[in-house]
Design a protein around this ligand. Structure first.
Ligand code: ZN
Length: 318
C-alpha cells in the first residue's frame, strides 16, 4: 500500500505524504521515519519495497532544508503550469528525486541491510545536522564560517569522488561539479562552438567557473550540502574529513573520532594536549613528594604491567 503510493507520487512532498507547501523540517523527519519503517526492505517484503525506500529517502534528503523545499515547490509549480498549458503532462524529464536506475552502482547513507543499521545512521545524521547547525549557523560566526564551509564542501566533494571511485561506485551528485558527465558534455559543446564562434573566446562564456559556486554563498545551502557530504563520507565510507582517515568500523569511528565538525576536532586535540600535560605533571603518585623516585616509578610500571598480564592470562610465577 505505502509502496505503491510512494512510487506513484509526483513530487517529493507527495512521496512523504505531505501537503505541497513549506513545512517544518522536524515534520519531514518524522514522516520519513514513519514511512521508512513501512517500506524499508528489512521490514517490507513487497517486491518494489527497495525502489520505494530509495525514492522516499531521496525525497527526504531534498526536503530536509528550507532551500530544498523551496526548490521542490518551484519545480512542482512549473510542472503544474506546463500541464495546464498543454492539457496533458507529456513525457516527463527525469526527476532528480526519482528512483535511481538499477544498473548504476550507488551507495547512499540510507542503503543498509538491516532496519537497525538504518536507524543508527539516521540518528547519526540527525546528530551531525544538529552539530553542524550549532557550529556554523550561530549569528556572529556566520561570515567567517561561510568561507570555511566552502572550503569544507570542496574538500568533502573531492574525498567523496576519490572514495566512491575506489569503491567502484557510479558518478554522484556529491562529486565536484567539474567532475561530472554534465561538465564533460558542456566542455565538448564549448569545444564544438569554438570552431564556429563569431569572435575568439566567445564560447568560453558558456563554461561556468567552478570555483565560483554562487549557491555556496547561501549559508543554508552550503550547510545542507556539507551535511549530505559528511553523512555520505561517514556512513558509506567510515571516513572522517577532519581526522583525514578511514576507520575500520562504525564502533572504531564512534570511539576515536571526536565529532562531525572541525571545531570538535580542534577542541579534542587541545583538550588532549591539556590532559596529557596534566597527567605528566601529576605523575608522582604522592603530591607531597617533590622529587620523583626513579625506583618508585619503575615499580609502578612493573605493577601496572603485572596487572595487565593478569587480565590477559594467568600470571607467571617468578
Ligand atoms: Zn574525525
Amino acid at each position: 500500500m505505502a509502496v505503491a503510493k510512494i512510487l506513484a507520487a509526483s513530487n517529493p512532498f507527495a512521496r512523504l505524504q505531505l501537503e505541497l507547501e513549506a513545512v517544518d523540517v522536524a515534520i519531514v523527519r518524522s514522516q520519513y521515519r514513519r514511512l521508512a519503517l513501512a517500506v524499508h526492505p528489512d521490514k517490507c517484503k513487497e517486491p518494489k519495497a527497495k525502489e520505494a525506500f530509495q525514492a522516499l529517502s531521496e525525497a527526504f534528503e531534498r526536503l530536509s532544508s528550507a532551500v530544498g523545499q523551496a526548490q521542490c515547490l518551484r519545480e512542482a509549480g512549473a510542472k503544474a503550469a506546463k500541464v495546464s498549458k498543454r492539457g496533458s503532462p507529456g513525457p516527463e524529464p527525469p526527476e532528480a528525486g526519482g528512483a535511481p536506475s538499477a544498473e548504476d552502482r550507488k551507495a547512499r547513507w540510507w542503503d543498509t541491510k538491516t532496519w537497525e543499521e538504518f536507524e543508527e545512521r539516521l540518528r547519526h545524521r540527525e546528530r551531525a545536522e544538529a552539530a553542524l547547525r550549532l557550529r556554523y549557523c550561530s549569528g556572529l560566526r556566520l561570515r567567517f564560517s561561510t568561507k570555511k564551509m566552502r572550503e569544507h564542501v570542496r574538500a568533502a566533494e573531492r574525498s567523496a569522488e576519490h572514495l566512491d571511485r575506489n569503491m567502484g561506485l557510479a558518478e554522484s551528485f556529491l562529486w565536484p561539479p567539474e567532475s561530472t558527465q554534465t561538465a564533460r558534455d558542456l566542455e565538448e559543446e564549448v569545444a564544438k562552438a569554438r570552431q564556429t564562434e563569431p569572435w575568439p573566446g566567445a564560447a568560453n562564456e558558456l563554461l561556468p567557473d567552478y570555483n565560483e559556486r554562487p549557491e555556496l554563498n547561501d549559508p543554508q545551502m552550503a550547510l545542507q550540502r556539507l551535511l549530505e557530504l559528511l553523512t555520505h563520507l561517514r556512513a558509506v565510507h567510515r571516513y572522517c574529513l577532519f581526522c583525514g582517515c578511514t576507520y575500520d568500523s562504525t564502533e572504531d569511528m564512534e570511539e576515536n573520532c571526536p565529532g562531525v565538525t572541525e571545531e570538535e576536532h580542534e577542541e579534542a586535540s587541545s583538550a588532549g594536549l591539556r590532559s596529557s600535560q596534566k597527567s605528566t605533571a601529576a605523575q608522582p603518585e604522592e603530591p607531597e613528594d617533590e622529587e620523583e623516585d626513579p625506583l618508585e616509578a619503575y615499580m609502578v610500571s612493573v605493577e601496572a604491567e603485572a596487572e595487565r598480564q593478569k587480565k590477559g592470562k594467568r600470571k607467571r610465577p617468578r
